[in-house]
Design a binder for this molecule. Structure first.
Ligand SMILES: *[C@@H]1O[C@H](CO)[C@@H](O)[C@H](O)[C@H]1NC(C)=O
Ligand SMILES: *[C@@H]1O[C@H](CO)[C@@H](O)[C@H](O)[C@H]1NC(C)=O
Ligand SMILES: *[C@@H]1O[C@H](CO)[C@@H](O)[C@H](O)[C@H]1NC(C)=O
Ligand SMILES: *[C@@H]1O[C@H](CO)[C@@H](O)[C@H](O)[C@H]1NC(C)=O
Length: 700
């Protein structure tokens, strides 16, 4: 994706801001999150996520952690004030593979998102930065903070909640909609609900004492949110709490029979801004719209907003969408608010403000569904309703050559590709390493500290990020032996080496081949068969990875077919290459270079997007720590473009095939006396920005 283009300033480190940051940063966009508070807000707010939100959280790679730390409710129950059940929906999580419902407090969600964001080198949260103004010109947008700092990017997104300072900068106090005639008091209560047969989420249907009672924490904390009349002072509300909880909680407990951990009254609104986009400044989630919390629609709508906005912004940075896709974001997300969020949340609240008798008589279509609560179609219907909140903005992609995008069509969607064994499942998968500034994948693996963005797709060329992050147990050759049809190798190719060998500069590259099955893993032994042990040699080489079949390619077009580069070692057995006794009258290159594992490659394929034509890179080979080869890839007589063009003349270079570009001076054979590789020797080929390929020689 857009590794270096694109910077977004997000205001607000609540769940919406952090999730947007994560979705963007995972796609390579640079993100600064600016938060007025010094830490994550811990006031009691929402806690429930429906199928639409769950889909987005899965895509962001955090769903498993959320499920580990939260709860998966199985039922919703509607009750009279005396606890009698009047409607029930259970088996919510029977379809575990899709959607589903999850409970985790907004605070804990923000912590999970913040932890995931910390893994990414291109995202930063600036705590204690209160935004006082926003600004923009034709090409950028910025925020200015109270402490005098300002941050500038391509776009600014206000995710700073109901009291949004970004919204106020744009629209002043204008926030169309209405304030409701009731307020809600949210409390966190510890009480033995299970003793009374209560579980998961419960709605108390009563005109005066309407409430929601939901299990929100594994440690036994429940959220009890009940309605109150507006205009009461904080003190009145606190004094009235014991009476409210006695009426609402099963068993009519006295205050010494439960513990209130938190108490927080808030006013209810149904409001939405007139525009969610003003040029390069955008609004999302509570900063853009508010609704009553019945059904958790505020959270789910906010999560759906940022999911759509992430797709729009990534599309712009990747050259797949024009900037005006943001008008679609504005139009559709406001429509979703008014058509779905506002209407459903209003009905959810009205439903529990009725008397139970009115509700049963009302023929409320949702409530009537509960008559058939065991019917799988009911779940499908509920899921479908919720999924309306999520809109796929990729449908509005249309490619562009102007605007912000770099416009380049890249052959591969990843920056670096490793094939690895998952620390968690032991499965072999593809990943894009999370580098955090270092490029030493070998060292990260040695320290058990390598994490990757998981890649999946039809094959390695098309593998895209799933959003999941995994820890790596072990890395393998980035392509398996069966994925490499052939390895083309270049003879003498470094100018200094040619000069030193007192040979003329060749007119054309010299080609020999190794079979694909000679591929070996990084950090693995290279087995040396008995007949090859006398004169075993190394050749550190920049290795080109072809990503797309090609023939007769011009030098100009050559990079369009190159997926990337990897470090390679063209392990060679010199006596079988050169000595008449063994090789015959002519030197032969293939037999003594084609033993199994004589072509280790690694640690990662680094894409052309990162390395271009791979010029100017330092290449070294060390044996047992001793520097043997040192070169600069700019010193190649035939560079990458020439090799691809020449080798493809009249013959197809197949996707997955490799071109080893030749080795510089310093192989064992030219030393005096030669220092042939011995059993147990460690050979490390290192190429700047690609990494280290480390192997141990193992005599069989
Ligand atoms: C339960 O967990 C919540 C959130 O982690 C915490 O605020 C609360 O103090 C915990 N309660 C107890 C009794 O441990
Ligand atoms: C919202 O409702 C309006 C009016 O019925 C309709 O034109 C529009 O397409 C709806 N939008 C969405 C996103 O559902
Ligand atoms: C390659 O070039 C030859 C002649 O130079 C031509 O006959 C052949 O069709 C070309 N093949 C491709 C795939 O362009
Ligand atoms: C390699 O050579 C190029 C061209 O002379 C130079 O710009 C580059 O800095 C060199 N790289 C290293 C690692 O020496």
């Amino acid at each position: 994706m857009a590794s270096d283009s694109g910077r977004v300033i997000i205001v607000g480190a609540g769940p919406a801001g952090l999730l947007l940051a994560l979705l963007l940063a995972q796609e390579g966009v640079n993100v600064d999150v600016v938060e007025a508070q010094g830490e994550i807000d811990s006031r009691p707010r929402g806690a429930g996520y429906g199928p639409a939100a769950v889909t987005v959280l899965r895509r962001a790679g955090v769903l498993n952690t959320i499920i580990d730390r939260g709860l998966k409710p199985d039922s919703f129950t509607w009750r009279k004030l005396d606890g009698t059940v009047i409607g029930r929906l259970s088996g919510l999580n029977r379809k575990n593979d899709i959607g589903g419902f999850v409970m985790l407090t907004v605070y804990d969600l923000a912590v999970v998102l913040w932890e995931a964001l910390n893994d990414l080198p291109n995202a930063k949260v600036h705590w204690g930065h209160k935004v006082v103004s926003v600004g923009q010109d034709e090409l950028s947008a910025w925020v200015e903070c109270e402490n005098g700092e300002s941050l500038k990017g391509d776009f600014v997104v206000g995710c700073d909640g109901g009291g949004s300072s970004v919204r106020k900068c744009l629209f002043g106090t204008d926030f169309p909609g209405k304030t409701l005639d009731s307020i809600i008091v949210a409390t966190n209560v510890r009480y033995d609900f299970a003793k009374h047969g209560w579980e998961d989420s419960n709605w108390i249907v009563d005109p005066e004492h309407w409430a929601v009672v939901a299990h929100i924490e594994r440690n036994g904390t429940w959220r009890v949110s009940y309605g109150e009349r507006p205009g009461l002072s904080h003190e009145d509300l606190q004094n009235g709490m014991a009476d409210k909880l006695r009426r609402i909680l099963p068993g009519s407990p006295r205050p010494d029979q439960y513990k209130v951990e938190r108490f927080s009254p808030y006013v209810l609104h149904q409001r939405c801004v007139e525009r969610m986009r003003v040029g390069r400044i955008l609004l999302a989630a509570d900063a853009a719209h508010l609704n009553n919390p019945m059904g958790g629609l505020g959270l789910t709508t906010g999560i759906s907003d940022v999911s759509g906005l992430a797709d729009c912004l990534c599309g712009i940075f990747d050259g797949k969408a024009q900037v005006d896709i943001l008008d679609e974001y504005d139009r559709i997300r406001r429509d979703i608010y008014w058509n779905v969020t506002n209407q459903v949340s209003t009905r959810n609240l009205e439903r529990i403000m009725k008397t139970p008798e009115e509700l049963i008589k009302s023929q409320d279509p949702f409530f009537s569904l509960l008559d058939n609560a065991e019917d799988p179609e009911v779940f499908d219907k509920i899921e479908k309703n919720d999924m309306q909140l999520l809109v796929d903005f990729k449908q509005f992609y249309k490619s562009t050559t102007n605007g912000l995008a770099n416009g380049d069509m890249n052959l591969v969607p990843w920056d670096r590709l490793v094939r690895y064994v998952s620390a968690k499942t032991g499965k072999v998968r593809l990943g894009d390493p999370i580098m955090k500034g270092s490029t030493d994948i070998d060292q990260l693996v040695a320290n058990c500290a390598l994490k990757v963005w998981v890649l999946e797709g039809d094959d390695w060329v098309r593998a895209v990020r799933t959003g999941e992050i995994e820890e790596v147990r072990e890395i393998l050759s980035p392509l398996s032996a069966t994925e490499v049809p052939i390895i083309r190798c270049t003879g003498l190719n470094y100018l200094a080496h040619i000069a030193e060998s007192k040979m003329d500069i060749p007119k054309n590259p010299t080609l020999f081949i190794k079979p694909g099955q000679a591929i070996g893993h990084p950090r693995a032994p290279i087995p040396v068969p008995k007949l090859s042990q006398a004169k075993c040699d190394y050749e550190g080489e920049l290795t080109i990875v072809i990503g797309k079949d090609c023939k007769n390619v011009t030098e100009k077009d050559a990079l369009d077919f190159v997926a990337g580069y990897v470090a390679g070692n063209d392990v060679s057995c010199r006596d079988w290459q050169l000595e008449k006794e063994k090789a015959g009258m002519m030197p032969q290159w293939c037999f003594g270079k084609s033993f199994d594992k004589y072509a280790p490659i690694g640690p990662a394929i680094v894409s052309t997007k990162v390395l271009g034509d791979a010029g100017g890179l330092r290449l070294t080979t060390h044996v047992n720590g001793e520097l043997r080869q040192e070169a600069n890839t700019s010193d190649l007589c035939f560079g990458v473009r020439r090799l691809v063009s020449f080798f493809s003349t009249g013959q197809t270079l197949q996707a997955g095939s490799l071109i080893m570009t030749g080795t510089p001076d310093g192989v064992a054979a030219v030393m005096n006396p030669p220092k042939w590789l011995q059993d147990g020797d460690e050979v490390v080929v290192e190429i700047e920005n690609i990494g280290k390929l480390r192997n141990i020689i193992k005599f069989e």
